[in-house]
Design a protein around this ligand. Structure first.
Ligand SMILES: [Zn+2]
Length: 246
């Protein structure tokens, strides 16, 4: 931030008055809160909104219930600390529940889940019982996904002498690009889409709706505890309840 400022000022000849520094101490900083209603939306940029919430509990529920979407498009949320401008905010990461399918029984545990999750990005939680085991048809992980990278479709897993392909499926997956597998294009356009060649017959689709899955259903809510990782605890992403669409 400071280097950006000095770069900007290099080209400007500031007057004496302009060189004066206005200092506001931390104690004087006022972070406003919604006074009326539960939430107040203010547009701060193209498709960017500042949301002020009256209750801290609402904010917690909303942040923990990510990912949210509107009309099947992801709503990317970022906690605002008050010391950054909206232009500095990247909106590059969002937590998702990822299901790991076709695991051998020996791999249905927190340790395997942690390793699979780490190979993707930051793993926040592995959904297991108190003993760190998951007896179900898949293992479930909460992972912080980089929206500018292609979604991981699976991983090879070696257990002992055997090697397995573990396909991934994503819960509440919003619209994403079937050409490159990214949820967000940095430039707004797909750099892998060759419009001249992409025809319905010739296009070999590498990504598709098959990466989506419905939410976990084989256990009743709350029947399992979740093994939160250190990363997850620090980040404060820890609940599944409230995952939703608006
Ligand atoms: Zn794309």
């Amino acid at each position: 931030m400071e280097s950006d400022l000095s770069k900007l000022c290099e080209g400007l000849k500031l007057t004496e008055e302009e060189q004066q520094e206005v200092v506001v101490s931390s104690e004087e900083v006022i972070i406003s809160e919604a006074k009326k209603g539960k939430a107040v939306f203010k547009e701060v940029g193209r498709n960017k909104f500042l949301v002020e919430l009256k209750e801290k509990a609402d904010k917690k529920r909303i942040m923990q219930g990510r990912p949210w979407s509107f009309d099947k498009n992801l709503i990317c949320l970022q906690d605002c600390e008050g010391h950054e401008s909206w232009k500095e905010m990247q909106f590059q990461h969002e937590p998702f529940w990822v299901q790991c399918h076709d695991l051998p029984f020996a791999g249905m545990n927190a340790n395997t889940g942690l390793n699979l999750g780490k190979s993707m990005e930051e793993v926040l939680m592995v959904d297991t019982d108190d003993s760190g085991v998951c007896w179900g048809s898949f293992l479930r992980l909460r992972v912080m996904i980089d929206l500018t990278k292609p979604l991981a479709r699976g991983r090879f897993l070696t257990l002992g002498n055997a090697k397995y392909w573990i396909p991934f499926k994503y819960e509440r997956l919003p619209n994403f690009c079937y050409h490159c597998g990214k949820i967000k294009h940095v430039t707004g356009m797909c750099d892998q889409l060759d419009r001249g060649k992409a025809s319905l017959e010739g296009f070999n689709q590498q990504y598709g709706a098959w990466l989506r899955t419905s939410q976990k259903s084989f256990f009743a809510e709350g029947s399992q505890s979740r093994r939160e990782t250190d990363q997850g605890r620090k980040s404060g992403h820890d609940q599944r309840k409230g995952d939703g669409e608006v």
